[in-house]
Design a protein around this ligand. Structure first.
Ligand SMILES: [Zn+2]
Length: 687
């Protein structure tokens, strides 16, 4: 379970947004008539200018609707006030979501910068909206007593979010809240930009030092003109290298390089983070909360920072024994190489785990990856989701899709003749691109207005002349995970009339449940056998190998779980501490010691490369919390299998399709026929 990120760019509670006065546009210099003929042809607009113009035009539509929403029209009505407000939110979200995506994926750095600029403007407008007392009063004045439940929920959530944002505070406080949000947006972008750009590499001068690496990987890493082989911190390099490279010193070097990203002469993420934490603490205080953790969890399933802390400790206790056993096993393995070893180190973890899996569980990950060439996995995934959700994927040409890079594959998602939405798959790494795996929403699905559109942004091996792009099984799991988000986005965007119900109001700490649940489809022979075929022989992955993989996967579960709780504790702890007294690095070291058995490695600054601290802030616990629910959601499949459409359709209709139209706990109850419980998760963790 590596960190996997879902960016809910706009939740109703944190609707990003911006002021009533759009930035001044560039005015064109009028050509004086008497200057005669010699007029230069207009300079063609750069891609960045064009992007910014289009993004601002969409935002301007939202801004243009504001006076209409607020205009007195007593008595206020759904048609006169709520509908234009909903339309305003749709335009705002469109401009912000597109900017948020393009800032992370566009091949042209100027366009990425333009997108960041537009994103800031959208956020500014959004913050101003939520602090706009006149707007709040207008919405509150709409009589919805006779309206349908969806409309009533829309108004209730909207007003709640306004109050949470501080709309009822005095003018000075609202002005400060606005400034704080604007500053946080800019600092968050700076933090993310550093992570996208700060790719480190180690240089290896002798191919013999690649001992242990798979041959296809070595073939794809020929020495450069200077005779050196470069191994970067990007996933397709990092994961295999940390798993297979026998050279301990090189693995350590790459580990330290990776865990100190965001911390260099050029990139100062520690300073940026410290400022963000101070601003968040100030905002929480202005809104009468003890700290940011309480503020951000109040409208989530978790409800408070204290509940989150208790949850982290509950899981940690459950996993501790298993983690200690795992760790002892790793040390035993290490002693086979070095009799005097006293402790297994974090940079040895993946390498040792792979060996234990091979020796003890007979799972050779090099053998496993031969069944997972990229194109085959993707096709398998499309086929499976087609079958279990009754959908079809129709390829869309680059020109029609308006995609940002030639690598992107776009599809319309259809059911029969009905178009449900559009998806874009941007699956391979490149310079300046987002380094993680995430689903980015683009358009919300609003019935009768627009169909949902989303993108997957991942970093999987690319098929090419040197090989078929063999994926680690871990990558395969990630691909299924991200598709879990994408299906939620598309299938949840079919019937919602109000923006806040198109998945936007889904509680943040529920969003990782559908994605983590769908990982199961990458672990079952029933589903794997459909596409996992040996890239040379075509042989279907053997059932006993999958059974062994599952068993082996349970090895290391203890370590993974406490590691996740370590990350969750950083995320929560940084947002409960007094930022002035917080020594971030000391806190990382302390929590690492408390939660994991791996010693801190000198030279690393994990917090400067922990991207979730921006998007998720205090809520990294979300992954484990959602996993608890995901394990429970799988229970109805146990008897009937993962491809049984009676169950998959029920899941689609009761969990995915309603989007955010009901509280997550209610959706889960609708599907399970009871409240969710810890039982399935406990069994998974302890058996
Ligand atoms: Zn996710």
């Amino acid at each position: 379970m590596h960190q996997r990120l879902f960016l809910a760019t706009f939740t109703a509670a944190a609707v990003l947004v911006n002021v009533a006065c759009p930035k001044p546009r560039k005015t064109e210099t009028p050509v004086k008539e008497n200057v005669v003929k010699k007029v230069d042809p207009p300079k063609p607009k750069s891609a960045a200018e064009t992007f910014l113009e289009e993004c601002r035009a969409t935002l301007a539509k939202a801004q243009g609707l504001l006076p209409q929403v607020k205009a007195a029209d007593a008595p206020r009505t759904v048609e006169g006030t709520l509908l234009p407000y909903n339309q305003l939110l749709i335009h705002m979200r469109q401009s912000g979501a597109r900017a948020g995506l393009i800032a992370e994926v566009h091949p042209d750095a100027d366009v990425r910068d333009a997108a960041r600029t537009c994103e800031q403007e959208v956020n500014q407008f959004g913050t101003a909206l939520q602090l706009d007392r006149g707007l709040y009063d207008a919405i509150a004045a709409v009589d919805v007593t006779a309206a349908d439940p969806a409309t009533q929920r829309f108004v209730a959530l909207t007003l709640r979010d306004f109050r949470n944002a501080g709309v009822d505070r005095d003018e000075a406080t609202r002005t400060r809240l606005q400034q704080i949000d604007e500053e946080i947006t800019k600092l968050g972008q700076e933090f993310a930009k550093a992570l996208a750009e700060d790719v480190r590499a180690i240089e290896i001068d002798d191919v013999a030092k690649l001992a242990g690496m798979p041959q296809d990987w070595i073939d794809g890493h020929k020495p450069g003109a200077d005779g050196k082989i470069r191994v970067t911190t990007d996933y397709p390099d990092y994961t295999p290298f940390m798993t297979y490279a026998d050279d301990d010193a090189l693995r350590r070097e790459l580990y330290v390089a990776n865990r100190s990203r965001g911390n260099s002469d050029k990139y100062k993420n520690a300073e940026v983070l410290q400022q963000v934490l101070a601003l968040r603490a100030e905002k929480a205080m202005l809104l009468d909360k003890a700290h940011w953790a309480d503020f951000i969890t109040a409208d989530k399933m978790m409800k408070s920072g204290k509940n989150a802390a208790e949850f982290i400790d509950r899981v940690h206790k459950l996993a501790k024994k298993r983690a200690e056993k795992d760790h002892a096993e790793l040390l035993k393995q290490l002693k086979k190489h070095d009799k005097k070893a006293k402790v297994a180190q974090d940079w040895q973890r993946q390498w040792l785990e792979a060996q234990v899996k091979k020796d003890k569980y007979a799972v050779d990950s090099q053998r496993v990856r031969a069944y997972f060439p990229f194109a085959q996995v993707l096709q398998g995934l499309l086929d499976i989701t087609s079958e279990i959700y009754d959908i079809q994927y129709v390829p869309v040409s680059d020109a029609d899709a308006g995609s940002w890079h030639e690598d992107v594959q776009s599809f319309d998602v259809m059911r029969g003749a009905t178009k449900l939405g559009r998806v874009h798959l941007d699956m391979h790494p490149r310079d300046g691109k987002y380094k993680h795996a995430a689903q980015f929403p683009i358009n919300p699905g609003i019935a009768g207005v627009m169909s949902p559109e989303g993108a997957l942004v991942c970093n999987f091996p690319k098929p090419g002349p040197d090989g078929p792009g063999l994926m680690e099984h871990d990558d395969v799991v990630t691909m299924f995970h991200e598709f879990g988000h994408l299906m939620h986005e598309i299938l949840g965007g079919q019937t919602q009339a109000w923006l806040t119900q198109a998945g936007v109001a889904t509680e943040w700490d529920f969003v990782e449940a559908p994605s983590q649940m769908f990982e199961e489809w990458a672990w079952s022979h029933e589903t794997l056998s459909r596409f996992a075929k040996h890239h040379e022989t075509g042989e279907v992955i053997p059932a006993d190998l999958v059974a062994q993989m599952r068993k082996a996967d349970k090895f290391g579960l203890g370590i993974q779980t406490v590691q996740q709780m370590f990350y969750a504790a950083i995320s929560l702890g940084f947002h409960t501490a007094d930022p002035e007294k917080l020594d971030m690095l000391a806190e990382v070291k302390r929590l690492q010691k408390k939660y994991t058995s791996f010693p801190y490695v000198e030279g690393t600054t994990f917090h400067t490369s922990f991207g979730h601290l921006m998007g998720y802030s205090a809520m990294y616990y979300t992954y484990m919390w959602s996993l608890v629910i995901a394990k429970d959601l799988l229970t109805p499949f146990e008897k009937k299998g993962l491809m049984n459409t009676e169950v998959t359709y029920a899941y689609r209709d009761k969990i995915l399709a309603p989007g955010g139209s009901k509280d997550a706990a209610v959706l889960v109850k609708d599907f399970l026929g009871r409240d969710f419980s810890f039982k399935a998760f406990e069994a998974f963790l302890t058996k």
